[in-house]
Design a protein around this ligand. Structure first.
Ligand code: ADP
Length: 204
């Protein structure tokens, strides 16, 4: 499958999501992550440590391997043209958003543009959800569902394990401690849901 991770706002866990879903998909078939974000956060992450999947930027040719899955980490603040290209080149869009008003406003803009280019194959992923007693995650989910918007059943909790993985050039799934296991389980659940959505397998 070819999936793209897109968001208007930075700092919502876009790259963390791209890396972890690429890690999950790699366990189901060879996976390539293409970093099209000028910040090159995914490239920098991959340089810090060994990862189980290939990471390239958009200017480099993919290694001569057949990939079953491609994950595209996109640039923040995509223009309507970027969205049109994304909608054309990927089978499914994942829109990470944190459960706060600024991110939700940015999400509304993203959705407007997606609808303008006729891209309906997307799902929203709530990320960096603060722990209880905060109700931010639940409230954001209720709001999105009330608006009939597709949201992944599982959200991504706020956890220092993701930051640690990024700074070590690793994935939470490759670290053996309770916090990392819990952090990985959240992306695993999202990956499983993705696989049930009927997005086709493909190779390049
Ligand atoms: P974006 O690509 O949207 O800018 P990143 O994935 O780079 O977002 O994440 C921004 C910052 O937030 C990074 O420092 C990252 O380690 C951290 N982060 C991402 N997801 C989480 C999370 N679920 N919990 C805690 N920190 C997170």
């Amino acid at each position: 499958m070819i999936i793209a991770i897109a968001s208007f706002k930075g700092g919502v866990g876009k790259t963390t999501t791209a890396m972890h879903l690429a890690g999950f998909l790699q366990s189901h078939g060879p996976t390539l992550l293409i970093d099209t974000d000028p910040n090159q956060s995914a490239i920098a992450w991959a340089k810090r440590g060994p990862l189980p999947f290939d990471v390239i930027d958009e200017w480099h040719e993919a290694p001569a391997t057949d990939y079953h899955h491609i994950v595209i980490d996109t640039q923040a603040r995509p223009t309507p043209d970027d969205f049109a290209i994304l909608a054309d080149s990927s089978e499914f869009l994942i829109l990470p958003t944190t459960p706060d008003i600024l991110a939700m406003d940015a999400l509304a803009l993203t959705l407007e543009q997606l609808h303008d280019v006729g891209a309906y194959r997307y799902r929203i992923l709530l990320t960096i959800i603060p722990p209880k007693p905060s109700k931010d995650g639940e409230q954001a989910r209720t709001l999105l569902q009330a608006a009939n918007l597709p949201v992944f059943a599982r959200g991504i909790p706020r956890s220092a394990a993701y930051r640690k993985a990024a700074s070590d050039g690793s994935l939470t799934g490759l670290v053996n401690n309770a916090a990392a296991r819990k952090a990985w389980a959240a992306y695993e659940a999202v990956g499983q849901e993705l696989l049930t959505l009927g997005v086709s397998s493909s190779s390049v």
